[in-house]
Design a protein around this ligand. Structure first.
Ligand code: OGA
Ligand code: ZN
Ligand code: ZN
Length: 531
């Protein structure tokens, strides 16, 4: 049978000798693998691919382990390139309070920043410093020589044209920094004079248009380092990079464009400078095409998030207003920088969490609606009732979650095995399924809830009488009441009290007439616990 490349495959071995089971970090060095490594035997079955190696190591690759990764998220291939008309039906925007309250809104906003390069949050309180709160809602503020945040308003003695009422042409910020901040936030506190509208241009779109219309000019801009520079009394920053940055395969990955701080390339012959300036002027002209520029106006409370490696932002001129030393003009924005890596991480975690919760919810609605091991309630109703009892008893969220999820080990048909006469070890199964997503305070009581029944039957005279007939039937399969030694060992376990608590709610949660909440009601609590 055909086997992928030996070093490639072995490099991916998921066994606990090769990778730390917690975070999957690799435990060997590439040089540790022997010269001339080969697979001696490879067999594929329903569970995956098993390999015996020439050095005696054995690997097992579960089915689906090699799902291919998508394109580099930062390149044009992962983006939706746009022109102004693409937003004729509205901007990617959300209300700040909805964004805070609803993970789906957060996903939509962060995904828009990644796909389209920007999003607008409305209704962020028009108070100083709020822009930092927005940045911290998904990532980390990148502090610079301008501070944690900077004010954009008319200043009496401006070091930067941004602090006048002049128009600013489409640009990316801080190209003189290395690394450049990959995200910019602009929060509007006040904007009540004439002018001062905002504009955005998709720099990837502009670069792609240049590539279409003048491939030689595109190549030249991608190959020619341009020095960028910023200086003031306490600062002297410089970085040299091409205006168009490509990934190793030639895809557009970064655009730097800032007339205010761009220098001219060094060491080029006159003919090369002719070509460079022709290309530069052509690219600049594309960035100014009206059909590329999305115009809108920031009002108080609006916060713009933009990908500073891709989007160019601009503003129209505005009346300075009664500018004073305190800067009380007509227009006042506060900005800060942050980075895309943390935004992408937050988005991935939100999506991962949503996927896990969706899967659990689907199990409750699907298999969970079937009868529950000879009880008068469904499995879903049983677990929802257990959670309700836990909540009513004032249990902390992790314990409510344990009550809610204690029987997920019965899903996927394994409950039937138990009734048919084999112990399906459903506590351990459930804990193993939940462990990648929930902390031990949730999974340990789940894992131990079967043992808790065996314990209580020994430790509490009369407890066995409370059990339902089905539970008595399964008790025997699960090992019967504990011996005194077993009971003592169980009682010493740090989570035994929690497991016993879950067990008591478990016993009581078999009431066909009890009102039962929906799984959806518990989602926010579960999501909190999953972080
Ligand atoms: C800037 C800037 C935008 C604005 O300060 O670099 O682009 O709307 N300001 O004032
Ligand atoms: Zn700017
Ligand atoms: Zn149960």
């Amino acid at each position: 049978m055909s086997v992928p490349h030996p070093y490639w495959l072995r490099d991916n071995c998921p066994c606990s000798e090769c990778r730390d089971p917690r975070g999957g970090q690799k435990l060997f060095q590439i040089g540790d693998l022997p010269e001339g490594l080969s697979a001696v035997e490879a067999t594929r079955d329903a569970t995956g691919l098993a390999v015996r190696w020439s050095d005696g190591h054995r690997s097992h690759y579960p089915t689906g382990w090699d799902a291919p990764a998508g394109p580099d998220e930062r390149t044009e291939h992962a983006k939706r390139l746009w022109e102004a008309a693409d937003f004729a039906r509205g901007l990617p925007e959300a209300d700040w309070s909805a964004y805070l309250a609803d993970p789906e809104e957060r996903i939509a906003v962060l995904a828009a920043v990644r796909r389209s390069g920007f999003a607008l949050l409305r209704g962020v309180p028009a108070e100083e410093g709020q822009v930092l709160r927005v940045a911290r809602s998904f990532g980390f503020v990148r502090e610079t020589n301008y501070g944690e945040l900077f004010d954009v308003r008319v200043e009496p003695d401006p070091a930067n044209l941004a602090f006048t009422g002049r128009a600013i042409a489409p640009h990316t910020d801080n190209p003189y920094r290395d690394p450049v901040p990959t995200l910019q936030l602009l929060h509007c506190l006040r904007n009540d004079g004439a002018g001062g509208d905002s504009g955005l241009v998709d720099g990837f779109r502009a670069a792609a248009l240049l590539r279409e219309q003048d491939p030689a000019a595109f190549d030249l801009l991608a190959r020619t380092p341009v020095p960028f520079r910023y200086r003031d009394r306490g600062t002297e920053l410089s970085a040299e990079r091409p205006l168009i940055g490509l990934d190793p395969r030639g895809a557009i990955r970064e655009v730097r464009f800032n007339n205010r701080s761009a220098g001219s390339p060094h060491g080029l012959a006159p003919a090369e400078l002719d070509a460079f300036y022709a290309a530069y002027r052509r690219f600049a002209a594309i960035t100014l095409r009206p059909e590329l520029r999305l115009d809108f106006r920031l009002g108080p409370g609006d916060c713009l998030l933009l990908d500073n490696t891709r989007l160019l932002h601009a503003r129209t001129a505005f009346e300075p207003g009664g500018a004073t030393r305190e800067g009380t003009g007509h227009r006042h924005l506060q900005g800060c920088y942050a980075d895309l890596d943390a935004l992408s991480s937050t988005l991935a975690v939100l999506r991962r969490t949503t996927a896990v919760l969706d899967e659990l919810e689907a199990l409750f609605a699907g298999e969970g609606s079937a009868e529950y091991l000879g009880e008068a309630v469904t499995l879903a109703a049983h677990m929802l009732q257990a959670a309700t009892l836990a909540r009513a008893a004032g249990a902390p969220p992790a314990l409510v979650a344990a009550a809610l999820l204690h029987d997920v080990g019965h899903f996927r048909g394994s409950g039937r095995e138990l009734m048919a006469g084999t112990d399906n070890r459903h506590g351990a199964t459930a804990a193993a399924r939940l462990a990648p997503h929930f902390p031990p305070a949730v999974t340990e009581p789940v894992r131990l809830h079967v043992d808790a029944k065996r314990y209580l039957c020994t430790a509490e005279p009369g407890y066995a009488d409370l059990l339902s007939p089905a539970s008595v039937h399964t008790l025997a399969l699960q090992g019967g009441p504990m011996s005194p030694d077993e009971a003592a060992a169980f009682a010493a376990h740090p989570f035994s009290a929690d497991a016993v608590a879950v067990r008591r709610w478990d016993e009581a949660a078999k009431d066909p007439s009890a009102a039962t909440p929906t799984f959806a009601e518990f989602r926010p609590m579960l999501r909190e616990l999953m972080r």
